[in-house]
Design a binder for this molecule. Structure first.
Ligand code: NAD
Ligand code: 0WE
Length: 259
């Protein structure tokens, strides 16, 4: 069996709680035998750190380190911790996004310069920043995977500036795949259908979107964090050794429908 990640070291970003897509990915990578490292978004009171630490404890992460992707020094420090613990590693999961709530409703044309910059900094540029820091530490045969959404390709009401951010993210996947390919590192994206998480539940109308998917997607249901986790595990395994620069839809087939 090639879908065996025993001996592979995987760094997972974007775990906030037990509903996070990143948590689904971390669990599946662990089940496949990978050794885990986890980064979290630090906050002033350390509440977030404690919550994520307790959640991931059963997966015995070798690395547990803060990383606010808006801060170059935190990125450098996180990868220094990775280097100290592991030397080289194999898998990087990028599973984070943020736009101001006001920018995820109403008119897209009303997006402020600051809101646009924040959304693209956290949700798009961070993949390139992390890939650049990871590059010298990644083994040949390594893989990077990120999470995207259909709203980066088609207009989805209210997704607005996040759609522009996902378009930039998906093109970043292709440029990074082209550049890192000669070093034997693959870069792919997973376009997940709507799932109830901390980020999506804060969005008005997410339940209506989920009902729409349940009514129209070929599989007549939404997808789970575990299904996205399984796809991430496949894409980062040697079974996917010929796949790079791709966006794979894990969306119950919703993307193929015209009506
Ligand atoms: P989530 O809220 O669980 O995860 C978002 C993560 O982003 C959190 O862990 C948060 O701490 C992190 N984050 C935000 N700003 C950060 C910063 N400056 N530095 C570091 N981390 C930061 O929500 P989720 O739905 O699991 O989102 C994960 C990814 O999946 C995102 O890229 C999202 O766009 C994508 N996605 C979600 C859905 C969905 O319906 N939930 C569908 C497709 C794609
Ligand atoms: O990528 C996402 C969620 C991204 C997101 C969500 C929030 C809510 C809370 C980014 N930033 C924030 N900022 C907050 O303050 N998804 C794919 C889920 C999602 O979000 C939508 C969706 C879907 C689906 C927003 C509008 C319309 C549909």
């Amino acid at each position: 069996m090639l879908l065996d990640l025993t001996g592979k070291k995987a760094l997972v970003t974007g775990i906030a709680n037990n509903r996070s897509i990143a948590w689904g990915i971390a669990q599946q990578l662990h089940a496949a035998g990978a050794e885990l490292g986890v980064t979290y978004l630090p906050d002033d009171k350390g509440k977030f750190e404690k919550k994520v630490r307790t959640l991931v404890e059963p997966l015995n992460p070798t690395v547990f380190t803060p990383c606010n992707v808006q801060d170059d020094e935190q990125i450098a420090a996180a990868f220094k911790s990775v280097e100290e613990a592991w030397g080289k590693f194999d898998i990087l999961i990028h599973c984070l996004a943020f736009a101001h709530k006001d920018d995820l409703t109403g008119e897209f044309s009303a997006t402020s310069r600051a809101g646009f910059t924040t959304a693209l900094d956290i949700s798009s540029y961070s993949l390139t920043a992390l890939a650049n820091a990871a590059k010298p530490l990644m083994n040949e045969g390594g893989a990077i995977a990120t999470l995207t959404y259909l709203g980066g390709v088609k207009v989805i009401p209210n997704y607005n500036v996040m759609g522009v951010a996902k378009a930039a993210l998906e093109m970043s996947v292709r440029y990074l795949a082209s550049e890192l390919g000669p070093a034997g590192i693959r870069v792919n994206g997973i376009s997940a259908g709507p799932i109830r998480t901390l980020a999506s539940s804060a969005v008005g109308g997410i339940l209506d979107m989920i009902r729409h998917v349940e009514a129209t997607a070929p599989l007549r249901r939404t997808v789970t964090q575990a299904e996205v986790g399984n796809t991430a595990t496949f894409l980062c395994s040697d079974l996917a050794s010929g796949i790079t620069g791709q966006i794979i839809y894990v969306d119950s087939g919703y993307e193929i429908m015209g009506m």
